[in-house]
Every structure is written in structure tokens, then in C-alpha cells.
Design a protein around this ligand. Structure first.
Ligand code: 3HC
Length: 313
């Protein structure tokens, strides 16, 4: 009975758009859903640094290298911000990373694709960060306070990420025939993985119904996907690029772009670990984590020493 009353009060807060804070009562399934989504969001930010880091030493100018360096550092900060938000739900950073390393936790499948040319760095900023912005602007309204506030800061930086990527693609599109082809090739390879970032169709989404009821999500996977498609097509067409979808067409009735069916076999194949980069991404993350153990141990030893000192003083 007591929990039923608490659940009723909890839902009333959600319906009234009152943020849920770490110390508030919450249904265990609400907490678990957030632990899952926020930690996987954090994993995506950190793993997403790898494909871009692949071009740091090969950036075509000092300016482009500085911009890419700044973007990658932003992603690290986004990941740390989100791990901190997830830790307020009572799970440790070590546990999140253990789940990731064991393959029990996911990260966005888009980061399992390789960055073959410099144009890919532009396509990631333009398309992947462009998709992330649509998703994360909506997530600013999420019902869990720490997640919602983390999104506000992250969205501010995400816009710079999208602009710098689009600038790379625009410059290439106005360049030599070979550069134009590089931009087109990158669009061909990153368009569909960016569309898949929004997850399965609403009817196939395991979490959406409950996540929408509890306002963890404010809009559905398909609503956000459609918004991303509608806002991106024009950006590509003014550069003279062709989207890799012969059925792409503006639907006069709905005012939205219709796209071909999404290849869900590819999506689930990559999500399940069989993408081009899954093994490399995870192995690299595990090695970097192990190589950094001495830094964590030194920081903990220093903190313990300072704590002991402050107790004596
Ligand atoms: N890649 C990998 N797994 C995915 C996925 C994707 N693109 N889309 C969905 N999934 C997984 C879900 O995690 C879930 O599996 P789980 O139960 O093991 O967690 C399963 O597929 C079913 O999907 P659902 O739609 O039911 O799952 P959600 O309700 O969680 O919706 C989501 C998926 C829309 C991605 C949602 O989790 C979300 O909004 N997450 C926060 C945003 C995020 O994680 N973005 C990832 C990119 S971050 C980024 O791009 C940073 C930028 O700076 C580069």
C-alpha cells in the first residue's frame, strides 16, 4: 500500500514536470532505466573519441587539428559529466566500466564504423553530432534532475561540434573533384548509421513506452529521427551532395521526408558486437583503462593522505 501511494505521488511529480532528484523516492525500475541509459550515453561519448582521435595526427592544418582536439576533449568532458550523473543513482564508475568491458553495457553503434578519410571527421560532426543534438536537446527536458542539467551544458558544446563538421564537409564540397568525392563518400557511409542512432522504431523499442510515461524520454525514437532527417537533407543538398537513399522524397501531405526502410539486420548485427570496429573500440578502451590505473591509484592515495592529514589537524 505504502509503495502504491509513493508511486502515485511520484507519477504526480512527473506529470507536473517536477524534476526527480537523487534523494527523492523513485520506483526501482525508474532508477534502473536511468542507470542503463545514462551510463550507456556516457560510454558512447567516451568511445566516440576513438574514431575521431584516429585523425588527430593527420589533420590537414594546425587550425583543423586544434578544432578536432577541442572537440575530442569536449566529448571526454561529456562522458565524465554523464558518469557523474549516473553515479547519483547509486552505482559506481568502476561498475559501469566493468559492465562495458564485459560487454554487458552498450554504447552507440555508430562509433563502430571506421574513419577512412578526413571527410569522415566532417561527416561525424555534421551527421553524428547533428543527430546527437536532436536527441540531446529533447533530453534536456528529461525528468531526472542531474541528467537534465548535464544535457543543458552538453548541448551548448554540441552545436560547435556540428558546425565544425559541417564546415569540413562544405570546404571539401567546394574543392577539387577528388575532394567533392571524399565528401560524398563520407555521406554515403555515415548517413544510415547516423539514422540508426535514434534506436529501433517506436513499436520495437523495449523501453520507450515506460520511458515516455516517466518522461525519461520526452519524444519517441521515430519523432526525433524524423526531425533529424528533415533538418539535415537541405544542409546536404545546398552543398550539391546526394543522400544514399533513392526513395528519399519530401512528402507533400506530411511535410516530412520519407526514407527507405532502415536495415535493422545491420543495426542489430553491429549492436551485438559484429560491426567493423566493435572489437578494436573495446580493446582500446580496456587497454587505456588498464594503462591509466596508476593515475587513479596515485589520485586515491593523495586523497586519502589529505583526508588523514585533515583528521589530525
Ligand atoms: N546503438 C546501440 N544500442 C542501441 C542504439 C544504438 N544506436 N539504439 C538503441 N539501442 C539499444 C538500447 O540501448 C536498448 O538496449 P538495452 O536495453 O540493452 O539498453 C535496445 O537497443 C532497445 O532500444 P530502445 O529504443 O528501447 O532503448 P532506449 O529507450 O534506451 O532508446 C536511445 C535508445 C534513443 C539511444 C536512448 O537510449 C537515448 O536517448 N540515449 C541517450 C542518448 C545517447 O545515448 N546517444 C548516443 C550517442 S552520444 C553522442 O553521439 C555524443 C556525440 O557528442 C558524438
Amino acid at each position: 500500500m505504502e509503495d502504491a501511494k509513493k508511486l502515485e505521488e511520484f507519477q504526480a511529480k512527473i506529470d507536473a514536470d517536477i524534476k526527480i532528484e537523487p534523494k527523492d523516492w523513485m520506483p526501482e525500475k525508474y532508477r534502473q532505466n536511468l542507470v542503463r541509459q545514462i551510463s550507456q550515453h556516457a560510454h558512447s561519448e567516451i568511445i566516440g573519441m576513438q574514431p575521431e582521435g584516429n585523425w588527430l595526427t593527420r589533420a590537414p592544418s594546425l587550425r583543423s587539428k586544434k578544432i578536432l582536439m577541442a572537440k575530442i576533449q569536449d566529448e571526454a568532458g561529456h562522458g565524465l559529466y554523464l558518469y557523474c550523473a549516473a553515479e547519483t543513482l547509486g552505482v559506481s564508475r568502476e561498475q559501469f566500466l566493468k559492465w562495458l568491458h564485459e560487454g554487458a553495457a552498450k554504447y552507440s553503434s555508430v562509433f563502430n564504423y571506421p574513419t577512412l578519410t578526413w571527410a569522415d571527421i566532417g561527416a561525424i560532426g555534421w551527421l553524428v553530432d547533428g543527430a546527437a543534438i536532436v536527441n540531446q536537446v529533447s533530453l534536456q527536458g528529461t525528468s531526472y534532475g542531474p541528467y537534465s542539467r548535464a544535457m543543458v551544458k552538453i548541448c551548448k558544446e554540441e552545436s560547435f561540434h556540428q558546425r565544425q563538421g559541417y564546415e569540413i564537409i562544405a570546404d571539401l564540397s567546394k574543392g577539387t573533384e577528388e575532394q567533392k568525392q571524399m565528401a560524398q563518400d563520407a555521406l554515403n557511409r555515415w548517413w544510415w548509421p547516423s539514422i540508426m542512432m535514434f534506436g529501433p522504431h517506436d513499436g520495437d523499442s523495449a523501453h520507450s513506452n515506460q520511458s515516455l510515461k516517466w518522461k525519461i524520454k520526452r519524444e519517441s525514437n521515430d519523432e526525433l529521427r524524423q526531425r533529424y532527417v528533415d533538418k539535415t537533407i537541405h544542409q546536404g543538398e545546398i552543398l550539391g551532395l546526394t543522400f544514399p537513399d533513392e526513395n528519399l522524397k519530401l512528402n507533400e501531405q506530411t511535410g516530412h521526408y520519407d526514407i527507405s526502410p532502415i536495415d535493422w539486420d545491420e543495426f542489430w548485427n553491429v549492436v551485438k558486437g559484429n560491426g567493423p570496429g566493435n572489437r578494436i573500440r573495446l580493446a582500446h578502451h580496456i587497454k587505456a583503462h588498464d594503462d591509466g590505473a596508476w593515475v587513479r591509484e596515485a589520485a586515491i592515495a593523495y586523497r586519502n593522505k589529505m583526508n588523514a592529514k585533515s583528521k589530525i589537524a
